[in-house]
Ligand binder design. Structure first.
Ligand code: C2E
Ligand code: CA
Ligand code: CA
Length: 574
């Protein structure tokens, strides 16, 4: 909206206010609020609409500075920019939130013009404004909705961009630095999934007010959507200063959030970029902070990280992998390798774990840790997982012909696959197609995957169990759940994570944990398998303490199909 229709540019207000009765009558009766102030900003005259909109009569405001109308919705920079424009261009026009005498905060469209005398010095200031409150209300707070997040009341991504634009211009002019902090609540989705959206929403609200409480109005805090927040710190001297600010948030997060019947501890991942060194435009500087935040997530969350130039190279590498991955299936670039699983008592190979390998023409060998998490994120794990399952079942049949019917094929399954409705049906179909007995197939599911939705997983595992398929819990010990939790799950095997085996010879703690796991596995009537066994010492230690099976470089690295059959035939005559 614009007040051009009032044509203030053409009105010689200075000369006419007191002299021209007609003009005075017009100004007095127009529906726009008008105030005239002297060169120091003290109010000399206001019209009727001014008093009507602000609640202040001429007697209450005469001689005062219009500052008394200030809401605290804008930061200092906003006003600095405004005055800068008035000094440079002679006027400022824009939307501003002010406060009425009764305390209500309202938006207005404001034009401030400096009126100069014959010596080109500012003599008076004229302000004209229109109350936008009704318009906001009648349009169902459309503008408010456009610029503010309804859940938390924080500026949203659009307002953030507007502000960032202003702040960057200001910083550039004054040779200052800005810090942009990209905050993301760790595992927020899990809170939503397990405790419901109401609790999730409440958490976002309380989290926002904690941020506001820590930083007040000097820091722009906005919600980008979901559990993502962006903070802008102005005029920072360097990264250290920002880190000190961030530490305040981490400190406050040591207190739990009390939400309805729950007490929740929350951690965050924060990425920091500095303007102008980490990006010139708005999009670049935001992206740099986001890239740094993703780095924190990759490194285990609950931390902060400063943007480094190399990070964005890594991200583009990831995007490349994502694109190539989809074509790789058609181009038959994936193959399965097999790693033997050996019984510690009989020393026989009881089965193998299928591990995927990807060889790309240009990028070379890409390890599963690089692309499986990406495939899970993008959903590509569904077609890829189906391919893995079919390939492994087909090869299992072949292995059985060569090595005997007892051979068991273990296949890694990701949680995304379990959530696919057709999963159990597909397993059944493939077993039929290749005529493999269900008891020759073992599905490995990680402990953390189970924890993301225990009820659903339990139902699916039970269906698989009824079919006769075996279930192993992978990476056991890394998912913070207790063994007793699994007593209700139809599990056959626990695979003790390799991080516990690595130090088992030297480290008393690792020994204690592993022995407790083996012991409890026995009590629950399950099979224990130690992963990552690399030496005879480790093997002997585990055997001595009753671990049923081992897997690791000591008894065999993952090998392709041909090598696997050859090696096993040579050392394990059945
Ligand atoms: P995982 O299921 O825990 O697989 C065991 C990993 O340990 C494999 O790494 C294996 O090569 C490695 N390993 C085996 N023995 C030793 C040892 O003695 N020492 C050491 N240091 N490492 C050993 P890999 O093949 O790189 O796979 C990494 C992870 O990628 C797997 O961890 C699994 O989570 C995932 N993955 C691999 N193949 C598949 C697949 O077909 N489907 C799914 N969903 N995930 C897969
Ligand atoms: Ca595994
Ligand atoms: Ca494992």
């Amino acid at each position: 909206m614009c007040l051009d229709n009032i044509a203030i540019d053409n009105i010689e207000i200075d000369n006419m206010i007191y002299e021209n009765d007609l003009a005075k009558t017009i100004l007095e009766n127009t529906s726009e609020g008008i105030a005239i102030a002297d060169q120091d900003g003290s109010v000399l005259w206001v019209n009727r609409a001014f008093s009507h909109i602000t609640g202040y009569g001429i007697n209450e405001i005469y001689g005062k500075n219009p500052r008394i109308l200030k809401s605290n919705k804008h930061n200092e920079t906003f006003y600095e920019e405004m005055w800068h424009s008035i000094e440079e261009k002679g006027y400022w026009e824009g939307e501003i939130w002010n406060r009425r005498k009764d305390g209500e905060v309202y938006p207005e469209w404001l034009l401030i013009k400096a009126i100069k005398d014959e010596n080109n010095k500012v003599d008076k200031y004229v302000s004209l404004f229109r109350d936008l409150y009704k318009k906001y209300r009648s349009k169902k707070d459309l503008k408010y909705k456009t610029y503010y997040d309804p859940l938390t009341g924080l500026p949203n991504r659009y307002l953030l961009k507007d502000r960032l634009d202003l702040l960057m211009a200001h910083a550039k002019r004054n040779n200052e630095k800005l810090a942009i902090v990209f905050l993301d609540i760790d595992r927020f989705k899990r809170i939503n999934d397990t405790l419901g959206y109401n609790v999730g929403d409440k958490l976002l609200q309380v989290f926002s007010s904690r941020l506001k409480h820590i930083f007040g109005v000097d820091v722009t805090i906005s919600r980008q959507g979901g559990d993502e927040f962006i903070l802008i710190f102005e005029d920072v001297k360097g990264p250290k200063e920002v880190i000190n600010h961030i530490k305040k948030i981490f400190k406050r997060l040591r207190e739990p959030f009390k939400l309805k019947d729950y007490e929740i501890y929350v951690t965050i991942s924060a990425g920091i970029s500095i303007y102008p060194s980490d990006g010139d435009g708005i999009d670049n500087i935001l992206r740099s902070a986001e890239v740094a935040m993703y780095r924190v997530k990759e490194n285990g969350r609950n931390n902060y990280e400063l943007y480094e130039y190399n990070m964005s190279n890594e991200i583009s590498q990831q995007l490349k992998i994502e694109n190539y991955m989809i074509k790789a299936l058609e181009k038959k670039e994936f193959i399965l390798h097999y790693q033997p699983q050996v019984n510690t008592i009989t020393n026989r190979v009881e089965g193998a774990e299928a591990l995927i390998r990807w060889h790309h023409d240009e990028m070379g060998y890409i390890g599963p840790m690089q692309f499986i998490p990406l495939a899970e994120e993008t959903g590509f794990i569904l077609p890829l997982g189906s391919w893995i399952l079919e390939e492994a079942i087909k090869d299992a049949k072949e292995f059985q012909k060569e090595l005997g019917d007892e051979f068991i094929m273990a296949v890694n399954i990701s949680a995304v696959q379990l959530r696919d409705e057709n999963f159990v049906g597909r397993v059944k179909k493939l077993l039929n197609k290749y005529d493999l007995s269900p008891k020759s197939l073992e599905l490995e599911i990680t402990e953390t995957h189970i924890m993301t939705g225990p009820e659903l997983v339990l139902r699916i595992l039970e269906e698989l169990k009824v079919m006769g398929v075996k279930i192993a819990i992978d990476d056991f010990g890394t998912g913070y759940s207790s063994l007793s939790y699994f007593k209700d799950f139809p599990i056959d095997k626990l695979k003790i994570d390799q991080s516990f085996i690595r130090d088992i010879i030297k480290d008393k703690n690792s020994q204690g944990i592993v022995l407790a796991m083996i012991d409890m596995t026995k009590r629950l009537g399950l099979i224990s398998l130690a992963e990552g066994v690399e030496s005879i010492k480790e093997l002997e230690y585990l055997k001595k303490h009753g671990c049923d099976c081992i897997q690791g470089y000591f008894t065999g690295r993952p090998m392709d199909k041909k090598d696997f059959i050859q090696k096993i035939k040579k050392c394990d005559k059945r």
